[in-house]
Write a protein that binds this ligand. Structure first.
Ligand SMILES: NC(=O)c1ccc[n+]([C@@H]2O[C@H](COP(=O)([O-])OP(=O)(O)OC[C@H]3O[C@@H](n4cnc5c(N)ncnc54)[C@H](OP(=O)(O)O)[C@@H]3O)[C@@H](O)[C@H]2O)c1
Length: 301
């Protein structure tokens, strides 16, 4: 039961980042509420059996459903999916949170958030950040680089074709382990002195995909190739895989930005602000070896 007034709410709690944040907050002893759209999904992830965690059902886009979960909440972690509704539902959450006098919202944002970006989710993140800044609620923007966990999408290519297929040319990208994003989020949510700050976070290396393939080769003990596919072939592969046109277009925009080097800068926020050492790409592969060998399904991680 969350009897404390210092309740921390985590949205997006069934997702990649949110569930790690909930686990870490629970371990810290904080009183945690999680907002989920489907209680059964939270149960399948055992979120409901974590100490100090209470699960509520609701939708970020539906203000009425947010009343019970927002009552007496002090701080919130704001996360939802990259989809056409992201901007609307997150702004709805911020507007509703104002009525419940929330003290602080930590917004999971993107490393290239920019209102003028050619990439739609970068524009959406920037607009949500702007609305949060103008809401009167204190805020922290946690701007994360590409998640290393994105390489889980390459598992079939690694296992069946000994290859990574990406339209990155020879450009560098500074990725970050989701566990590190979650650790920083927990430090912000449970610590002091982060109000009004913007924190870009990446790992310590900006790697070409040739270098990423070398790292997979070294750990897996066989040659993994980087196949530098054209943007057109990447677009076709995504369509053939059944992705929606909206998502295919969004990913085209994202990789065009990445090929320009927009995500190749390494930031030292984790070290300098939080005294944390980011996970290296080698450590990420080694920790997830059963997945990259095909011995454990991605969704079991
Ligand atoms: N992938 C990357 O490399 C990367 C890098 C930096 C930043 N980001 C940003 O990180 C965010 C996604 O984080 P993630 O990958 O951890 O998320 P995720 O795995 O895609 O999960 C999204 C979560 O949001 C929930 N959600 C979506 N719409 C909702 C709504 N209307 N009401 C309540 N809950 C809702 C989902 O619930 P259900 O389980 O019900 O669907 C799920 O728990 C996006 O904003 C993305 O732009 C991503």
């Amino acid at each position: 039961m969350d009897n404390s007034r210092n309740i921390i709410l985590v949205t997006g709690a069934t997702g990649t980042t949110g569930r790690e944040i909930v686990r870490k907050l629970s371990e810290s002893g904080a009183h945690v509420r999680v907002l989920v759209r489907d209680i059964a999904k939270a149960q399948a992830l055992s979120l409901d059996s974590l100490p100090h965690v209470t699960v509520f059902e609701g939708d970020l886009g539906n203000s009425e459903s947010l009343g019970p979960v927002l009552s007496r909440v002090d701080k919130a972690m704001l996360i939802s999916s990259s989809n056409p509704e992201m901007e609307d539902v997150q702004i709805n959450f911020i507007e509703t949170a104002k009525k419940f006098n929330l003290n602080h919202i930590v917004k999971l944002s993107g490393i290239i958030a920019d209102i003028n970006s050619p990439f739609r989710y970068a524009r959406m993140h920037a607009e949500i950040e702007r609305r949060l800044e103008n809401s009167g609620i204190s805020f922290t923007h946690l701007r994360a680089g590409e998640f290393m966990q994105s390489y889980f999408r390459q598992v079939p290519n690694i296992i069946e074709r000994d290859s990574l297929f990406l339209p990155m040319e020879n450009q560098r990208i500074a990725s970050i382990d989701v566990y590190d994003v979650a650790e920083v989020a927990v430090r912000i949510l449970t610590g002091m002195g982060h109000k009004g700050n913007v924190y870009p976070v990446t790992g310590t290396e900006a790697l070409t995909i040739y270098e990423v393939a070398e790292k997979f080769s070294a750990v897996l003990g066989r040659k993994i190739n980087y196949v530098n596919i054209s943007p057109e072939d990447a677009n076709k592969a995504r369509r053939d895989a059944g992705m929606s046109e909206y998502t295919v277009d969004a990913l085209d925009e994202l990789f065009a930005e990445r090929r320009k080097g927009k995500e190749s800068k390494v930031y030292y926020t984790m070290q300098n602000v939080f005294g944390l050492r980011p996970t290296s790409f080698d450590e990420f592969i080694i920790r997830n070896l059963p997945v990259f060998k095909g011995d454990l399904p991605v969704f079991k991680m």
